[in-house]
Design a protein around this ligand. Structure first.
Ligand code: NCD
Ligand code: ZN
Length: 354
C-alpha cells in the first residue's frame, strides 16, 4: 500500500534510535543479521530465546561476549541482555546480574507461547517471589503477553492474557516495571493508556503495517506470520494511533525474528518476521502517513531510554525521503531470509553519513 507523502518534510534528524526487542540468534545466523541491527540502532534489548535459553547471568555474560565478538569492526552497538524466566529461575542470580550491569531485564514467556518458549513458565503465580524481588530492585519485566491455552482462540490470546494475568499482576506489584512486548490489540492500548508510568509497551513495524488479511492474501503467506499474530484492521489502527501519539508509554521494539526461508515455507512454518534491515524506514512511513513525524523521535529514540533509565544516545541520525527498494531476500547462514516488505519500495532511507 503506497500512499503519497503526507507532509512536505523531507529530512528528519533525531537522536540515534534503539531497538527495545530484538532476536539475533547465535552463530552463523547472528553473524548474518547483527550488522543490519547495528546499522539501524545504537542499542538493542536482546531476546534470550536461544535453543538453549539464556537463563542465568553467566549465560547472559557469555552471550553478550559472543555478540560483541561478532560485531563488524568499528560498529557502535551495545547489546542489552535479558534472562529467560523459567519455573526454576533464581531471584538472587537475576537481581545480582541486574545490579552488576549484565542483565537489563528479565523476559517472561508463558510456556509454549512462541518460538523457543518450550522452557517457559508453566505457573506464573509460582514466580511471584521473583516479581517481588524485581519490583524492589527496579528490574524491568518484559512480557510475551499471550495465554497459551488451546481453548482460547489465537486471535484472543493477548486480550485474555491482559484480563487474566496482567491485570492481577499489575495490582499485586504496583511498582513493578513492566513492558508488554509487541502489542497487537486495542485492548492492550486501552490497558497501557490506563496503567501507571511503570508500565509501557513496544510496538513492531509489522503490527503497524499489516492486519490479519496479510496472512491470507491470495493464498497462505508464511512471511506475514509472527506471534502474536496480526489482528483485525481496527486493532492496527489503534496501534498506529498509540505509536504516533507522542505518548512516552509506547516505544520501538522491532521483534525482528529471523528464520531461514525453509523454516518459514513449510507445512508447519515458524513464527517470526525479519524486519531488521529496513526497520526505521518501515516505522517512519507510518508516522509520515499519520502526519506525526514530529513524534517519531519520541517513539524511536527518547521514550525507550526514559523507561529503561538510560541516557539518550548522543549520536544523531538523519532520515530522508528517497525511494528505497527492499530486496526479495537477504543471504544468511548458507541460505536466505525473506525480509519484511520484500520487493516493495519504501519512501524513506537512512541518509548516508557524509
Ligand atoms: C519470535 C522468534 O522467532 O524468536 N517469533 C515471533 O513470531 N515473534 C519469538 C517471539 O518473540 O514471539
Ligand atoms: Zn520477540
Amino acid at each position: 500500500m503506497q500512499k503519497s507523502p503526507a507532509s512536505s518534510i523531507s529530512r528528519l534528524t533525531i537522536a540515534r534510535p534503539d531497538d527495545w526487542h530484538l532476536h539475533i540468534r547465535d552463530g552463523e545466523m547472528m553473524a548474518a543479521v547483527l550488522p543490519h541491527s547495528a546499522h539501524q540502532f545504537a542499542r538493542a534489548i536482546i531476546m534470550p530465546n536461544l535453543p538453549r535459553p539464556v537463563v542465568t547471568s553467566a549465560d547472559a555474560a557469555a552471550y553478550r561476549a559472543r555478540i560483541t565478538a561478532a560485531l563488524p569492526q568499528g560498529t557502535d552497538f551495545t547489546p542489552l541482555m535479558t534472562a529467560y524466566l523459567t519455573d526454576h529461575s533464581d531471584a538472587t542470580d537475576l537481581i545480582d546480574g541486574h545490579g552488576a550491569g549484565i542483565l537489563t531485564a528479565a523476559k517472561l514467556y508463558p510456556a509454549h507461547a512462541t518460538t523457543g518458549s518450550q522452557h517457559g513458565v508453566t505457573d506464573i503465580a509460582a514466580l511471584y517471589p521473583i516479581f517481588a524481588a524485581m519490583e524492589r530492585a527496579g528490574m524491568p519485566l518484559l512480557l510475551h503477553g499471550e495465554v497459551t491455552d488451546r481453548d482460547v482462540d489465537i486471535f484472543d490470546r493477548e486480550a485474555v492474557f491482559i484480563e487474566r494475568t496482567l491485570v492481577p499482576m499489575a495490582r499485586d506489584f504496583p511498582s513493578l516495571r513492566i513492558v508488554l512486548e509487541h502489542i497487537t490489540t486495542r485492548q492492550a492500548v486501552d490497558f497501557i493508556d490506563a496503567a501507571g508510568e511503570n508500565i509501557a509497551a513496544t510496538i513492531t513495524p509489522q503490527h503497524l503495517h499489516i492486519n490479519r488479511n496479510a496472512m491470507f492474501d491470495g493464498g497462505i503467506r508464511p512471511h506475514a506470520y509472527c506471534l502474536p499474530v496480526a489482528k483485525r484492521e481496527g486493532h492496527r489502527i489503534a496501534l498506529c494511533r498509540a505509536a504516533t501519539s507522542g505518548s512516552a508509554k509506547y516505544f520501538l521494539g522491532t521483534d525482528s525474528a529471523p528464520h531461514l526461508v525453509g523454516a518459514k515455507e513449510a507445512a508447519c512454518g515458524c513464527a517470526g518476521i525479519f524486519n531488521a534491515p529496513f526497520a526505521l524506514e518501515s516505522y517512519i512511513q507510518i508516522f509520515d502517513e499519520a502526519e506525526a513525524l514530529e513524534n517519531f523521535e519520541a517513539f524511536a529514540s527518547l521514550s525507550g531510554p526514559a523507561f529503561y533509565r538510560l541516557p539518550v544516545n548522543e549520536a544523531r541520525v538523519t532520515l530522508e525521503r528517497a525511494e528505497t527498494p527492499v530486496p526479495e531476500q537477504i543471504t544468511a547462514a548458507g541460505s536466505h531470509i525473506i525480509p519484511f516488505h520484500a520487493g516493495e519500495v519504501l519512501g524513506w532511507r537512512i541518509a548516508p553519513q557524509l
